[in-house]
Design a protein around this ligand. Sequence first.
Ligand SMILES: CC(C)(COP(=O)(O)OP(=O)(O)OC[C@H]1O[C@@H](n2cnc3c(N)ncnc32)[C@H](O)[C@@H]1OP(=O)(O)O)[C@@H](O)C(=O)NCCC(=O)NCCS
Length: 171
Amino acid sequence: MRNGFEIRVATLGDAEKIYAMVHLNRDQLVPRSMGNIVETIDRFFVAESNGEMVGCATYQIHPEFGDARAATVEVQSLAVKSAFRRRGIGKALVEAIISRVSAFGPGEIVALTFAPKFFGALGFEEIPKTEVMHKLYTGCINCTKHTDPFTCPEIAMKREMHSLSNRKDTL
Ligand SMILES: CC(C)(COP(=O)(O)OP(=O)(O)OC[C@H]1O[C@@H](n2cnc3c(N)ncnc32)[C@H](O)[C@@H]1OP(=O)(O)O)[C@@H](O)C(=O)NCCC(=O)NCCS
C-alpha cells in the first residue's frame, strides 16, 4: 500500500461498486450497464483505501485505430471518489493500465476526457477528434448530452507508446 491506497485488479465482487462509481460520474463518463461491467471485469482496476473502493478504471483495445499490429488502447471509466482526489490515485490507476497493456505492445493510449490537465500531467497530448472518428461514430452517437460530437467539449488526448510496440517478451 502506498500513500494510503492500493491498486489491484477488479473482482466480480467489485462490479456493483464500479457501476455506482461510473453512474455517480455520469456527467464525465459514458454509461455502462452492470452486464457490460461483469463481462469486461477482467480489464478493470480498482483503487482501495482501508477496504473502501475509492476509484476505478478500465481500457479497451481499438484495432480500428492505427496499425492493427500496434493497435490503440483507450482508457475508459476512470473515476476517483471526490474526497480522495489529488492524492495520486487517478495517476496510479492509469499507470496500472499502461503497465498492463504495455505487455501487448500498443502503439498509443488515447482518452476522450473532460480532465485534460490530469491527462496532460501524465504525458498525454491533445489530438484532433478526427483521429478518433470510429469512437465518435460508435460511442458518441448514443450520447444524449450534445448534438454534435465535434462541438462537444470533451477533449481527445493521446500518449505515444511506440517505444514499447516492438517488445518481444519470451514466455
Ligand atoms: C480525473 C480524475 C480521475 C483524477 O483523479 P485524481 O486521483 O484526483 O488524480 P491525481 O491525484 O492522480 O492527479 C495527478 C496529477 O494530475 C493533475 N490533475 C489532477 N486533477 C486535476 C485538476 N482537477 N486540475 C488540474 N490538474 C489536475 C495534477 O497535475 C495532479 O498532480 P498533483 O496533484 O501532484 O498536482 C478525477 O478528478 C475524477 O474522478 N474526475 C471525474 C471523472 C473524470 O473526469 N474521469 C476522466 C474521464 S476520462
